[in-house]
Design a protein around this ligand. Structure first.
Ligand SMILES: [Zn+2]
Ligand SMILES: [Zn+2]
Length: 324
């Protein structure tokens, strides 16, 4: 897994005997998926090198936590577990009481609720922990599920799905706006934006295809990101609003609201994520939405300046007549 190699390169200390041991422990840790207890890691290490002491493994785990390689999680079992932190997005957990496995997810809707509560209570948010305890599907049905994939892949897949859904609704929105407008200049802008959404869409779709090549079952794996009603609903709700507006200016304002909302959403989440493919997808998409927003804002300025000038010009005509 190339992410592991990258993080080991990043943190490799001077080549002392002790740091070689540390490298070895870090490598074994990064090869694992999921949430390991300290004792799980001790067992894995001692299977490969029985000379490494329990204390060394514990010390190295502490060191990994301090250096942002591992994150400590508490599933209420009376002991901590450890998961990858580097290139691993922040998330919530489903914890199975039967097999002890845990599964990761992230929901923007839950996060906004938490932010709302904290803000109303004037509480400065630090770490938030959310766990759903219960029984997993495999334990409930007796059908073992396929090997768990890295959260990073699921995250990239879901980030692309959200970006693709947003592009699709954006493309449809602009195509409809272009059909409805009576103003040639506005039509040109809307057509251009619709065209750009199609270009981006093609790029995102081929990136999605590339990702699927890395794992044949990727499409059917359970979702990681729950971003319901977040970004992908923005433009589709706005497309029906277009029927109710009477002027090109109103259509322009709706487009600006959508692009701004989309830009802010992808930027906010992109910046919060740890370094990963999913983060890059969010930030690149935010950049594209920002460009669209700036284009539309320029258009709005041109539109309002033109309108502002018209009464001034007619005033001029009146005064010219008055002088005559
Ligand atoms: Zn289970
Ligand atoms: Zn986790």
């Amino acid at each position: 897994m190339h992410s592991s190699t990258a993080s080991v390169d990043r943190v490799r200390p001077v080549g002392t005997k002790r740091s070689n041991k540390r490298d070895f422990i870090v490598n074994v840790f990064l090869r694992q998926e999921g949430h390991l207890s300290a004792d799980d890691l001790v067992d894995l290490i001692r299977r490969e090198d029985h000379r490494i002491s329990r204390a060394t493994v514990y010390r190295t785990l502490q060191w990994m936590v301090q250096n942002g390689i591992a994150r400590k999680v508490d599933f209420g079992e009376g002991r901590f577990r450890f998961e990858h932190s580097y290139r691993h997005p922040r998330h919530f957990h489903l914890v199975c009481k039967s097999c002890g496995r845990s599964f990761e997810f992230l929901s923007s809707d839950i996060e906004s609720l938490m932010e709302e509560v904290a803000s109303v209570r004037r509480f400065e948010m630090g770490q938030t922990v959310l766990q759903i305890h219960g029984t997993c599907e495999a334990c409930r049905t007796g059908h073992p599920q396929g090997a768990e994939k890295t959260t990073e892949m699921l995250f990239a897949r879901d980030a692309l799905r959200i970006a693709i859904a947003t592009e699709r609704s954006g493309r449809d929105f602009y195509a409809r706006a272009a059909r409805m407008t009576k103003n040639t200049r506005a039509r040109t802008i809307f057509q251009r934006l619709s065209g750009e959404e199609v270009d981006h869409l093609n790029k995102l779709e081929s990136r999605y295809e590339e990702l699927l090549k890395q794992d044949a079952d990727l499409e059917s794996r359970p979702p990681f990101l729950f971003f319901k009603g977040a970004a992908n609903g923005l433009f589709s709700a706005a497309a029906s609003e277009l029927n109710k507006v009477s002027s090109d200016l109103d259509a322009l304002k709706i487009a600006i609201r959508c692009e701004r909302g989309s830009y802010q959403f992808f930027k906010k989440y992109g910046e919060r994520f740890e370094d990963s493919e999913g983060k890059r997808i969010f930030l690149e998409f935010a950049d594209e939405e920002r460009d669209h927003l700036n284009l539309l804002l320029g258009e709005l300025r041109a539109y309002t300046e033109k309108r502002g000038r018209r009464p001034a010009a007619s005033r001029g005509a009146h005064s010219a007549r008055a002088n005559a």
